[in-house]
Design a protein around this ligand. Structure first.
Ligand code: NOJ
Length: 555
């Protein structure tokens, strides 16, 4: 798709507000903290911010359990703080994307409280209630965070409510047109307020198979993943068309769908001409280390060749159908250096830069998750009690139910925990890495003095400065046009090398292996290199382990 449009030209920085910067010393990041760090983000060169949920919430799932869609969570600040943030961003030409969580609310949302009082009443129809079967829950579906999707309704015998995720996140009933209207009005309220757009949470779960029948057991807990019957199911297209028509389509906003479970054959419906969203995330290569994103004990022994194939396939599908939201990390993923750099020797600035350039020049809008631009790594914890993330705790117990020992279970969780990406941002080498001047942090962080913003700003060779260079090349250089709109083409190479072309003559090559690798190419200019030199042998080049380069091709 050649159409030029502003959101293709953005570089989006993802902020996990709890962990970005704490301005009032209570151990929790906040909106004023983001405002204080805007100059830093401007220096990096990003053009939009996606801020994870900042709305009122009991924080069971750190804000993905919203109790008031138009109120700000007190620990994060106030609506005035948000207005100031939006205004300051405007002055810097940056847009704000909020997180739109409309598959479910919190169990503390007013609608749900009223629904619980009278499940047969008006608000009962905003959620999904069902009677049990033979004294048991209505079916055998497993929720994403473990256990049944059904939770008993207090004070009503044999009645249950449905939750795809945690029991504190009851699912909204999208079959109800009145509920859908409420959601659309809320979305438009935010867009009228001047928000640049939304990242749309778990949107492929809004349509359930209405037979609510059991599906084949797929785990040691005797349950069956909710994904089989409630993710990207037939009929969802009606909801998504309507959602787009009643809201996004009327504004000049950007929409980024978190749309797990969509097969490539359907990408066209999601992001093609007249599709539901402007772009979606493709998790297929991010999740290469596990067979199924939410079951961390099913680990794979992936090879670079497979990783490369998944990236290339994803790019080719985007090229054909629409536009991709490219990412290496987010708040649900481990740190990329820890996940994708298998040789520990290179889990440092070399490895971080190799991954950075590999992903950043792919076709699509790049997303950078806070701390990724520093090469932050996973934080290994010694006991399950040190984790906050509901999914980590569930995966720990699920692993043991599948027959793994406690030590093995802890190891799976350490590798995959969502808390890896959620530890507070490292601003400097002082106590708590400068995240707070208070005496505590909401989530523990590794004692890591080396990786921090203050030092990296000073160091010309830092990961931060590498990101800054990449952003400049893409946004503001003679190569911008090709790096944003140029066709993606795969280049065949030996296994550990990943090489691709953008436009007629820009080539990105990354060695994801621990040995040297050779590629046949005549290099004209070297635009970027994570090593000081590049070995050139006539019409071939030799890449060092984890070396990455961006070059133009000569004749
Ligand atoms: C996906 C979000 O990214 C994740 O953090 C959250 O737990 C679930 N959706 C449920 O909202």
């Amino acid at each position: 798709m050649l159409e030029k449009i502003w959101w293709k030209e953005e570089v989006i920085y993802q902020i996990y507000p709890k962990s970005f910067y704490d301005s009032n010393c209570d151990g929790v990041g906040d909106l004023k903290g983001i405002i204080e760090k805007l100059d830093y983000l401007e220096e990096l060169g990003v053009t939009s911010l996606w801020i994870c949920p900042i709305f009122k919430s009991p924080m069971i799932d750190n804000g993905y359990d919203i109790s008031d869609y138009v109120g700000i969570h007190e620990e994060f600040g106030s609506m005035e703080d948000l207005d100031v943030l939006v205004q300051k961003c405007k002055e810097k030409n940056m847009k704000i994307l909020l997180d739109l969580v409309v598959n479910h609310t919190s169990h503390e949302h007013e609608w749900f409280k009223k629904a619980l009082e009278n499940p047969k009443g008006e608000f009962g129809d905003y959620y999904i209630f069902k009677e049990g079967k033979d004294g048991k829950v209505p079916n055998n579906w497993r929720s994403i965070f473990g256990g049944s999707v059904w939770e008993p309704v207090p004070n009503f015998e044999n009645l249950y409510y449905f939750h795809t995720f945690h029991k504190g996140q009851p699912d909204l009933n999208w079959e109800n047109p009145k509920l859908r209207r409420e959601i659309y009005d809320m979305i438009n309220w935010w867009l009228d307020k001047g928000i640049g757009g939304f990242r749309i949470d778990s949107i492929t779960f809004i349509k359930k198979d209405l037979d609510f029948l059991d599906s084949p057991v797929d785990g040691g807990d005797g349950l069956s993943s909710v994904k089989h019957k409630a993710r990207n199911r037939p009929g969802i297209e009606e909801f998504l068309f309507e959602l787009n028509r009643e809201t996004f389509e009327k504004y000049e906003c950007v929409t980024v769908g978190e749309a797990p479970g969509v097969p490539y054959e359907q990408y066209d419906q999601y992001i093609g001409e007249g599709g539901y969203f402007n772009m979606i995330f493709d998790f297929k290569y991010a999740d290469i280390d596990v067979e199924n994103g939410s079951e961390w004990f099913r680990r794979t022994n992936w090879k670079s060749e497979q990783f490369k194939e998944r990236i290339f396939k994803s790019q080719e599908v985007f090229e054909e159908t629409g536009w991709g939201a490219n990412f290496l990390e987010n708040h649900d993923q481990p740190r990329s250096v820890s996940k994708f750099i298998r040789d520990e020797k290179y889990r440092n600035h070399i490895g971080a830069k190799a991954l950075a350039a590999l992903f950043f020049f792919l076709k699509g809008t790049p997303f950078i998750y806070q701390g990724q631009e520093l090469g932050m790594e996973n934080f290994t914890r010694k006991s399950i009690d040190e984790f906050d993330d509901v999914s980590s705790i569930d995966n720990f117990h699920r692993s043991m139910l599948e027959g793994y020992s406690e030590a093995e279970a802890l190891n799976f969780v350490n590798q995959r925990s969502r808390d890896n990406g959620r530890t507070p941002m490292h601003w400097d080498s002082s106590k708590f890495s400068g995240f707070t001047k208070g005496d505590k942090t909401w989530l523990g962080l590794a004692d890591c003095k080396e990786i921090n913003v203050a030092d990296q700003l000073e160091d010309k060779e830092s990961v931060f400065n590498f990101y800054k260079k990449m952003i400049k090349l893409r946004q503001n250089s003679e190569y911008s046009e090709k790096l944003i709109y140029g066709k993606f083409e795969r280049i065949e190479t030996e296994e550990d090398l990943i090489a691709y072309k953008r436009g007629e003559n820009i080539v990105s090559i990354t060695n994801l292996g621990s040995s040297k690798g050779e590629v046949e190419i005549t290099v004209k200019d070297i635009l970027l290199n994570n090593y000081e030199t590049l070995e050139i042998k006539e019409e071939r080049i030799v890449l060092e382990p984890y070396q990455t380069i961006l070059v133009t091709k000569g004749e």
